[in-house]
Design a protein around this ligand. Structure first.
Ligand SMILES: [Fe+2]
Length: 370
């Protein structure tokens, strides 16, 4: 919860930043409460796509510096992260890969470097965010999930002040946040994408418009984003949760909606994030909404989420067969889930299994099935 409130604070400060130096200053001022570092660097691919520019800030109080000139893209860690879209963690213990090390960036004295991509449309990296430390330290990998959320917030903020970054109207935060959730919990790898798939298939069957399907896709992807605020010992517990742990876990829809409230243009997703654990009989959480009080998209995501959770392996149990998942959905139609939507979903999945041999609904590259 503490990490989440720091993120919310950073997000609120980034939302009012109007230029790159202010973004960097905000990161320098607030990010130290999340992770130890001495200086940070934001690198953005230039409009020509061949070079990148760097903004650097220092926690020792030196003013943010703009640029080291235009750096050709193949050079340096930042360039490597922008080209590949991958994250890099260097701990000082092992010599950095010469292919990604960058003498020209003044990083030579850094013993610890964490570098994350800033992700734009369709998951392409348009920049990089680096945290640098003078001291080597172990367990930096553990900090990647929270830093991925931070990178998503930075990407969103950068695109407010540098409209060319990321290529067009962005959904960068959807992809970055989804990566952050998956980085935190390997058991849920691919879960957001599959929930989005099932949700869009059901939404299409229920007659939603194309624009609504797009919103549904993003909401399905991000429905569990609030789990970023759940303690690891609860999230990864193999046995049953205690009452207190379960109460903590149940906060994730509210935490997710709080996080998205701070991100511009994410308003349409909030009802799905907040209400995917409501129930048809009103016994769900967090608001105890009854029947069709949650919007249809939230009711759809709830079904898609449950079906994927049942039919994939979790840390506390193995995967169920598709037929058993459908049986359980049917058993609880009208108590847990919207009976009409369950009817449509069961029919849809059964037909899909007959036609293709599995229950998946593959997406086109832009996210929605053609
Ligand atoms: Fe959830």
């Amino acid at each position: 919860m503490k990490q989440l409130s720091i993120l919310l604070e950073i997000s609120a400060a980034l939302a009012i930043a109007r230029d790159m130096p202010t973004i960097v200053k905000t990161l320098v001022r607030h990010s130290g409460a999340l992770v130890a570092f001495d200086s940070c660097l934001v690198a953005l691919r230039d409009a020509d796509g061949e070079t990148y520019t760097v903004w650097r800030g220092d926690r020792r109080g030196e003013p943010p510096q703009h640029g080291e000139g235009l750096i050709p893209l193949p050079h340096g860690i930042a360039g490597w992260v922008i080209r590949t879209g991958k994250r890099v963690v260097l701990d000082g213990g092992s010599p950095p890969d010469p292919a990604i090390h960058s003498p020209g960036l003044g990083l030579a004295d850094a013993q610890g470097i964490m570098a994350l991509p800033l992700v734009g449309d369709h998951g392409n990296a348009f920049g990089a965010f680096l945290l640098l430390s003078q001291k080597a330290r172990s367990r930096r990998h553990d900090e990647l999930p929270i830093l991925s959320v931070l990178a998503a917030l930075i990407a969103s903020s950068v695109r407010q002040v540098q409209p060319f970054a990321g290529g067009g109207q962005g959904d960068d935060f959807v992809y970055s946040l989804a990566r952050a959730i998956e980085a935190k919990d390997p058991y849920t790898e691919g879960h957001g994408g599959r929930v989005a798939e099932y949700a869009v298939a059901l939404g299409r069957r229920a007659g939603l418009e194309p624009a609504e399907l797009e919103t549904l896709f993003k909401g399905g992807f991000l429905h569990d984003v609030g789990k970023i605020g759940i303690q690891d010992m609860v999230l990864f517990k193999e046995g049953a949760l205690t009452d207190a742990e379960y109460a903590h876990m149940k906060q994730h829809p509210e935490m997710g909606s709080m996080l998205l409230q701070t991100i511009p243009a994410s308003d349409p997703l909030i009802p799905m994030i907040r209400h995917h654990h409501e129930r048809w009989d009103g016994k769900g959480y967090p608001d105890g909404l009854y029947r069709d009080e949650p919007c249809v998209m939230a009711r759809i995501v709830s079904i898609a989420d449950a079906f994927d959770a049942m039919t994939t392996t979790r840390c506390y149990r193995p995967a169920m067969p598709v037929s058993r998942g459908l049986e359980i959905l049917t058993e609880y139609r009208g108590t847990q889930w919207d009976p009409d939507l369950i009817g449509m979903f069961v029919e849809l999945v059964n037909r899909r299994v007959q036609e293709t041999g599995n229950a998946r609904f593959p997406m086109a590259k832009d996210g929605l099935r053609t």
